[in-house]
Design a protein around this ligand. Sequence first.
Ligand SMILES: *[C@@H]1O[C@H](CO)[C@@H](O)[C@H](O)[C@H]1NC(C)=O
Ligand SMILES: *[C@@H]1O[C@H](CO)[C@@H](O)[C@H](O)[C@H]1NC(C)=O
Length: 191
Amino acid sequence: MFLPILSSAFALALFAINANSAALSNRQATTETVLGSFYAYGEGVDGLPVFWSDETAFIGLQPPEDSTTAANVTFHDESDSTTLTVTANDTETLSATTFFVDNSAGAFEPAGFTSTPESADELVTSGFIVFGNQLVLVDDTGALEQLWWAVPTATDGVWSLRWNVDTVTDDNAVPVVVKNVAPVPIGVGTS
Ligand SMILES: *[C@@H]1O[C@H](CO)[C@@H](O)[C@H](O)[C@H]1NC(C)=O
Ligand SMILES: *[C@@H]1O[C@H](CO)[C@@H](O)[C@H](O)[C@H]1NC(C)=O
């Protein structure tokens, strides 16, 4: 007679614990979105990772020759705020982690990372979303912009990631799409 009552109380307590932990992980899931690494796709740029080098965004597999610190990075949207921050994939400590572009008229400047987003007047640090799997900037009117270009550096196979506000043509540069999806390696999979 006692036993069934005890065990149902026990079952209830277990249920309460489970419900609590489910609520907790839901809450964690909504406070931060991990977007992963971004990869650039365009003519001659076949899904190379966007990486951090001396507070600037580059595309490729190796640091540019004058780089002091370089790291692959994972992008996060910490509170669904459309402001993206990065963490290094290795053990490097990054001096600046908030992603920005220069969206002022005529700018064709490298995208980069700032440690003082609150005072980065000329720079845009919010409005970034992943639409489909592509990195876009939502402008004041709600339009989705993708003005990403890759400009070659002095180092072979390494490009600077730029935001080309007025879509100026540059013979060396190529427009790219920036996706949070890595390329599928050729020859891997079914054969
Ligand atoms: C980033 O990771 C790729 C492999 O995914 C590696 O080839 C490349 O050297 C790494 N780049 C940096 C800057 O650590
Ligand atoms: C960086 O780390 C994330 C998480 O482990 C991983 O998904 C991503 O492929 C890594 N990026 C590169 C460029 O290797």
